[in-house]
Design a protein around this ligand. Structure first.
Ligand SMILES: CC(C)(COP(=O)(O)OP(=O)(O)OC[C@H]1O[C@@H](n2cnc3c(N)ncnc32)[C@H](O)[C@@H]1OP(=O)(O)O)[C@@H](O)C(=O)NCCC(=O)NCCS
Length: 153
């Protein structure tokens, strides 16, 4: 399914929130105000993957000096394993690199096997476990990846 990655537009917000609701258990999914908060934070940006059929997924990330942070990446169930997540993550990493980040960090639930495999395949390593990170109930893995700078000359 051909798709392209583009910058978020305000009109996308409801659709993205619905995708987030469908992607995560109620204890993990963002409320509308939470999602809006993360998308509006200084240094934060949102990229959307879109096909002729509509939005397939999105990523929210933020640049904080030398460290980039993936806030969330969500791909609709029908479009998974087709490279959408890879394209979104690559586009976000490129943008973080341009913003001066040398490292990207993220948190993922310890029981989210698909996400852990996905991130490992993209070169992320498990840094540590944070007990009770999600509402005091569920542990998170913190995963990081060093961003490669193009070799000069
Ligand atoms: C994790 C997620 C973003 C991956 O998106 P995707 O579009 O399916 O990922 P891609 O198709 O680009 O996958 C790239 C590679 O990651 C690995 N991968 C992705 N999903 C996987 C799964 N369910 N099981 C095992 N490996 C997986 C594979 O190596 C895959 O390559 P392959 O399909 O050629 O084997 C998607 O499953 C998702 O949105 N899940 C729900 C939300 C979520 O958990 N987000 C992460 C929050 S921390």
């Amino acid at each position: 399914m051909p798709f392209h990655v583009r910058q978020f537009d305000k009109a996308d917000f409801d659709g993205l929130w619905r995708i987030d609701q469908a992607c995560f258990d109620p204890q993990l999914a963002y409320s509308r105000p939470e999602l809006a908060f993360y998308m509006r934070r200084p240094g934060s940006f949102t990229l959307v993957a879109e096909s002729a059929q509509g939005i397939l997924g999105f990523i929210v990330a933020e640049a904080q000096r030398k460290t980039g942070h993936i806030i969330t990446i969500d791909v609709v169930a029908e479009a998974r394993r087709e490279g959408v997540g890879s394209a979104l993550l690559r586009a976000a990493e490129d943008r973080l690199l341009r913003a001066g980040a040398a490292l990207v960090a993220l948190e993922t639930p310890v029981n989210n096997e698909a996400a852990i495999r996905f991130y490992k395949q993209k070169g992320y390593f498990v840094e540590k476990t944070v007990p009770g990170y999600y509402s005091g109930q569920l542990d998170a893995l913190v995963m990081t990846k060093e961003l490669a700078r193009p070799v000069a000359g």
